[in-house]
Ligand binder design. Structure first.
Ligand code: CA
Length: 639
């Protein structure tokens, strides 16, 4: 027996709490690899572990010993798809060293369907900090695996040079060999179908001011996908791409959610399980629904009459919020805004205000600008926001994934909490565990969101495809502030009424009203800025308006009933004793929805919102399964 097999013999196999999930470690000539199997089937092939800092090279590692601890992930979180998390987990720390004897721990956190790992670098001797030059952490998949992927954008391109803004299109079921559109790899999360053997959702969590956000490279035939750091060009070239932290310190968690089917992918809470709150709050934050004029009425609506119309709409809906978007400072000034906020509050409606993050890493002209990026400007502004009773800010147009941008997100959140302000981020990266890390964080865009349905027809044409995709992917690892649910048929103020020269303007919604109501459940964000307009109170079906008054924005439980990413989905979310089951179909083939079977499964009787011959209808469960054609949907309220 040679040295190599001796080492192999002592490498542990890590098992999840129910032993269906296994992580096997192997020594590949001094390089450490992990492999993930579920029900005995390999879902991740032997893939490299390791990283390199400016102080030590940890790409060659030997495992000296391992500590394993059984624990439970138990916590309450009021802003995501599940409110009480309580499941067993196994934490294993691999104590490793490199050939020079420098120590490194690799921590693995395994649940029934998740495997997460991160690196912990100890303090050895005088050295108190490190810069990470690269990570070799890799992800190799079996032959025939296909991916559901969105590309990492070039920096400093697009609208006012504001990219990357994490607003790219998805490629569905594509081979691993497919190159990313910009050549920079793919944005988290990434979903993989390992033939008929199972599914893998790959993401990261626990990114804060002490690291950069990462993505994955294009697929290398030998080593697969590798963790990739931001591009130097991001943030207009300002700030390093090499994250640095104090010792002892940790990297973010890389998370792999695996299963034989898609339920674990949709129901996972791993993004929240392994992170801790960064600070405690003394404030009570209230979540709910909001109007915003900008999405359909656009820039021209930044005037008093229109903002009052949307405040009154929120009041008529019984919704707690209005979001007043870009340009409010130029139209109203701070004094005028104080009056408008006072009017809103007299109607029982609280206010979110929009800010650009900065003008030093893009060419943004929408204002206010250069306030949220600057702690000196931010301080009096947030005091003023609190004094006039504003409840939250929407900060837009961030500069990418560098550590200095992560510091800005965290600084804004921390200061905002001092003033009782919730934070929504747009033009922003994926949130990585932030719902649990920051008590006043309430959602990010990080998706090609509703505005693109107003700007161009194509996103309207694929609306149902997106609604059948995001619950499996973007929205399963973090809140998604999409800003959708349109009841206008044309996404303009005129809503199809002829304009100049008798022409009808605007993009055209392809979905039924029932499908739009399904979107209100399929997309999850604690604050939902819905895209309805004042005319919908009279021109939309009363059943739709009643449903939008009622539908919750936070959930106690989420269960996948059926579906395939980008084709169709049937998703159940529970608040209290009531289940809201949303279905949407993006496929040419009709989706069969057996309401009786769902009633039996969830235990209750259903009220059904579906499309009848005269449009949206509300009624009891039909005896025969509903047949839902392309771009149609349904909502079942099961009590
Ligand atoms: Ca945007």
């Amino acid at each position: 027996m040679n040295i190599l097999t001796l080492l192999l013999a002592v490498l542990p196999v890590l098992g999840g709490p129910d032993a269906r999930l296994q992580v096997r470690l192997s020594d590949d000539g001094g390089r450490l690899r992990y492999e993930i199997a579920y029900d005995g089937k390999t879902l991740v092939k032997p893939s490299l572990l390791g990283l390199q800092t400016n102080e030590a090279d940890y790409t060659r590692l030997e495992v000296l010993s391992a500590d394993t601890q059984e624990l439970r992930d138990t916590y309450v979180l009021d802003r995501i798809k599940a409110s009480r998390i309580d499941h067993p987990a196994v934490r294993t720390v691999l104590h490793c060293q490199n050939p020079e004897g420098r120590k490194l721990d690799i921590e693995w956190h395994l649940t029934a369907n998740d495997a997460a790992f991160r690196y912990r670098i100890p303090r050895e001797g005088e050295t108190g900090s490190v810069r990470v030059l690269r990570e070799t952490s890799a992800f190799r998949f079996p032959e025939g695996t296909t991916g559901f992927l969105t590309p990492q954008s070039d920096a400093m391109i697009g609208w006012k040079r504001s990219k990357p803004s994490y607003e790219e299109t998805y490629r569905l079921d594509v081979p691993l060999a497919e190159r990313s559109h910009y050549g920079h790899g793919f944005t988290f999360p990434c979903l993989f179908r390992v033939g008929g053997d199972g599914w893998v959702l790959l993401s990261e969590t626990g990114v804060d001011s002490r690291y950069c956000a990462s993505h994955i490279s294009d697929y290398d035939p030998q080593e697969g996908y590798t963790i990739a750091f931001p591009m130097p060009e991001e943030n207009n070239g300002n700030g390093t791409v090499e994250p640095a932290f104090a010792l002892p310190g940790v990297t973010p968690w890389r998370t792999l959610t695996v299963g034989a089917d898609l339920a674990p992918v949709v129901e996972t809470t791993i993004a929240f399980d392994v992170v801790e709150p960064r600070y405690q709050t003394t404030r009570a934050y209230r979540y709910g629904k909001s109007t915003w004029s900008w999405i359909v009425w656009q820039d021209a609506s930044m005037n008093e009459a229109d903002q009052i119309a949307f405040i009154d709409l929120a009041a008529a809906m019984g919704w707690p919020y209005i979001l007043i978007d870009a340009g409010w400072d130029q139209e109203f000034g701070h004094a005028g805004m104080e009056k408008l906020v006072g009017y809103a509050r007299s109607k029982g409606v609280d206010v979110f205000l929009w800010y650009a993050s900065s003008g030093w890493w893009n060419d943004i002209v929408q204002s206010p600008v250069n306030v949220m990026c600057d702690p000196i400007e931010r301080k009096p502004e947030m005091r003023w926001l609190e004094r006039i009773g504003v409840k939250g800010v929407k900060v837009d147009f961030f500069g990418g994934d560098k550590q200095e941008t992560m510091r800005l997100y965290e600084a804004i959140l921390s200061d905002a909490d001092d003033h009782g302000l919730m934070c929504i981020f747009h033009g922003a990266t994926l949130p990585r565990g932030w719902e649990r890390m920051y008590p006043n964080y309430v959602g990010s865009e990080a998706v090609l969101a509703s505005e693109n349905m107003v700007f161009g027809q194509y996103q309207c044409d694929i609306e149902s495809q997106n609604a059948a995709l995001h619950p499996f992917l973007r929205n399963t690892v973090g809140s998604m502030e999409f800003g959708g649910v349109f009841l206008n048929k044309r996404l303009t103020r005129a809503n199809g009424a002829p304009g100049r020269g008798g022409r009808v303007f605007g993009t055209q919604r392809r979905t039924t009203d029932a499908a739009e109501l399904a979107v209100a459940v399929l997309y999850q964000n604690a604050i939902q800025n819905f895209a309805i307009t004042p005319n919908n109170l009279t021109d939309a079906p009363a059943a739709a308006i009643d449903f939008l008054r009622e539908v919750p924005t936070t959930w106690d439980e989420t269960r996948l009933i059926d579906g395939y990413p980008g084709r169709n989905i049937v998703l159940a979310r529970r608040q209290g004793a009531t289940w809201y089951v949303a279905a949407i179909n993006a496929d040419e083939e009709p989706l069969k929805l057996d309401v009786k079977a769902i009633e039996a499964r969830l235990g209750g009787s259903a009220t059904v919102l579906s499309t009848g011959k005269d449009g949206l209808q509300r009624g009891p469960a039909p005896k025969k399964p509903l047949s839902i054609p392309k771009d149609d949907g349904a909502v079942l309220i099961v009590r």
